[in-house]
Design a protein. Sequence first.
Length: 256
Amino acid sequence: MTRTGERSVNERRSLSRARILEAALHLADAEGLDAVTMRRLAGDLGVAPMALYTHFRHKEELLGGLVDLLAGEVQIPDARASDWQGELANLARSMRRQLLAHPAFVPLVANKDPMTPNTLRIFEAVLRLLRDRGFEGEALTHAFYPVFVYTVGFVAQEVARFSGGEPEPDQIAEVERQMRAQLESLPIKEFPTIVELAPHLARCAQEEYFDYGLDCLLRGIAERTERGGRARTARGNGLARGNGGARGQQARSSSR
C-alpha cells in the first residue's frame, strides 16, 4: 500500500461522527451554516473530503446530525408531571437557550422539521405529557405547535436584533440608548404616545418579554382546552337527557 493509501485508511479510522459533528458545530458557530461544506470541514479536520462520506452521505445528513446534537441538550419534558404548563415552559426556555447559543441554526430549525432521534424523543415526551393530562386528537398538536412556533419566532427576532446571539449587557444598553433616542426624536404632535412611552418601548428585556408571552400563550391554551371540555360535557349531558326523555315517551306510549 502506498503512503497516500495508508494515510487515507488512518484518516478514516481516526474520524468519528462525534468528532466531525464537533468540528462542524464549531465552524457553524464561527462562520455560519453556509461555511459548513464537506470540503471545508475536511480541511479543518486535516483529512481528505471522501473520508467524511464514510459517516455522512451528504451535507443534509450532516446538518440533521447537528440539529440532533443540539436537540440532545434540550430539556425533555417529564411525561409523568402533573404541571403540563410548567413542563412546556421549561422546554421552550431550554430551546431558546440552545438556539441563542447557536444562532446560525435558527433558520434551519424554523424552515425544516428534522426527524432525528433526539427531536423525536422530545416530541414523544410532549405528546405523552399532554395526552395523560387529558388532551385528545388535534388538541395535542394545537397545544404544542404554537409553543414551538412562538419560541423559534421569538429567537429569530432576537438573533436579527443581536447578530451574535445572546447579547452582552453593554450591547443591550447601547441598543436601548439608540432606540430611545430615535423614538424621542419623532414629531411629538404626530406621535405623542410613542414619544411619551419611549423609555418603555426601548427596553430590551428579552427574557422578561419571552416569559410574559409564553405565559399568556400557555394560559390561553389551557383556557381554550377547558372551555372545549365543558362544551363537550354539556353536549353529552344534553344528549343523555334527550335520550332519556325519548325513552320515557316511548314507555308511556307503550303503556297505553
